[in-house]
Design a protein around this ligand. Structure first.
Ligand SMILES: [Ca+2]
Ligand SMILES: [Ca+2]
Ligand SMILES: [Ca+2]
Ligand SMILES: [Ca+2]
Length: 329
């Protein structure tokens, strides 16, 4: 459960000025002690409960970096903004952090190998930033609820061209892949392509809380990559079997779908009105029914995820830059 949306080139600087929450992800958390622990809460003492945590990326520590995307680092914080922890520190772009459901590990995008802000590799690290390890070429990972597998988008050929200039960009031949993380690290498994759609650009997967289904977006390879108003949200079996089911059907772009913790709803970014309209946050039932618009403004709202209790949504908003101060001369 993460968000994995490309953001417009240049937006990171604005985000940094605004406090910079990009690509938030929420760890499973808890409330009452009676609540069940995470399904992959192995190795923790009895009664252990995770705390709600937001993972995000920001240029706050290098706001004048050029290119701005390479100034982005990954951070954790509590939902109230306290206990800020910086996890990466380098001259490359790091983003789209996805906390494992047990809160122990993070998969994230980095351009530290490619040297291109719009070409990501996936890396794994511990939740304190230690042990940063290359996994595979790809972007925008989401964990399976048992903490064993990830799904992500990547070029089917391995050499596809990014369709946009921003971090996390899909490629012209982007598909959704699934792999067991530890098996990948051991060299005993390779990512499996579960969409294999040559006519569609598939991206932004999110794994359902019951482990059975992956939600993602797809749009025709002929679509305008900047305003993909032919994009729709689909679900399909996490194992790749069977056809996908389309949940939306309109002429507006959807991005970054994310499940509610109880699996009954999906939150996503929606380009209400289509065309070049800015994004809002929308939510719908998991079968695509009852879509509702949650925000209504003139700035882009993106990368929503639910809080672990399903009561709140965290997302990032691209605020316009503050007007330059005028001198009185
Ligand atoms: Ca960095
Ligand atoms: Ca495809
Ligand atoms: Ca659509
Ligand atoms: Ca908006």
């Amino acid at each position: 459960m993460t968000s994995r949306i490309g953001w417009l080139a240049g937006a990171l600087a604005l985000l940094a000025a605004a406090g910079g929450a990009v690509s938030p992800a929420v760890a499973h958390a808890t409330g009452a002690a009676a609540e069940p622990s995470s399904p992959c809460n192995s190795g923790n003492p009895p009664g252990f409960q995770l705390e709600s945590t937001i993972a995000f990326s920001s240029t706050r520590d290098n706001p004048t970096g050029v290119p701005v995307a390479d100034a982005s680092e990954i951070y954790l914080m509590r939902p109230d903004g306290t206990d800020l922890r910086r996890l990466t520190d380098n001259q490359s772009g790091d983003g789209f952090a996805a906390l494992s459901p047990d809160g122990k590990r993070i998969v994230f995008d980095s351009d530290r190998l490619s040297g291109q802000v719009n070409v990501s590799d996936l890396f794994l690290m511990n939740a304190d930033g230690s042990g940063q390890t290359f996994l595979t070429r790809g972007s925008s990972a989401t964990w399976s609820p048992d903490c064993k597998q990830i799904a992500f988008h990547a070029s089917a050929s391995g050499t596809g061209t990014p369709i946009r200039t921003d971090p996390g960009s899909a490629t012209s031949d982007s598909d959704i892949f699934v792999v067991n993380v530890d098996d990948l690290l051991a060299g005993t498994a390779a990512p499996v392509n579960i969409t294999n759609s040559q006519d569609l650009i598939d991206d932004d997967p999110d794994w359902s809380p019951d482990g059975q289904t992956i939600v993602y977006t797809a749009h025709p390879v002929t679509d305008d990559p900047r305003f993909s108003n032919l994009a729709e949200i689909y679900v399909r079996a996490a194992g790749g079997t069977g056809p996908p089911t389309r949940l939306t059907n309109n002429t507006e772009e959807e991005r970054g779908p994310a499940w509610s913790p109880d699996g009954t709803r999906i939150v996503y970014a929606c380009r209400i009105g289509g065309g070049t309209a800015d994004f809002e946050i929308c939510v719908m039932n998991a079968d695509g029914s009852d879509p509702r618009q949650l925000t209504d403004n003139s700035v882009p709202d993106l990368t929503p995820t639910f809080s672990p209790d399903g009561q709140q949504i965290v997302f990032h908003r691209i605020n316009p830059p503050a007007p330059a101060a005028r001198s009185c001369g």
